[in-house]
Write a protein that binds this ligand. Sequence first.
Ligand code: DQA
Length: 147
Amino acid sequence: TLVYVLNGPNLARLGLTEPGRDGRAAYPELVRVCQETAAELGLRAVVLQTDSEAELVGWLHRVAEEAAPLVLNPAAFTHCSYPVRDALALRRAPAIEVHLCNPYAREPFRRVSVLSDVVDGAVTGLGTDSYRLALHAVARLAGAGAR
Ligand code: DQA
């Protein structure tokens, strides 16, 4: 089974722009963690990153069409993108929101997620472990035939 791990703006620059802030790992390490965790769960992870809202919306349409499980780090789109939210709401399989950092420990605008009510759950603040745990959760939900 395929699981999508979609990442929003600036995440490919992880560890380059603000070392130590968004988790200790650089993006290639994050991709490796996702692929390795998915393999342990008997899944195949398609890990993608985009800085473009339109591209992310297109990927979310594909996820919906394929009824594929999803781990999504919408990055700053979390706090402001209704298009991303509406595209995510089309999903037909479990979806987990992830954040490397703890958004509640940062600027006030990060306390709001415009999409947390259209996901099954969220894992935040644990660096790459947020993705590990989210992949475990989504695999369980998908296996249980939830939704
Ligand atoms: C983030 C948190 C967002 O607030 C921020 O805009 C990001 C990264 C995280 O993974 O911690 O780009 O989604």
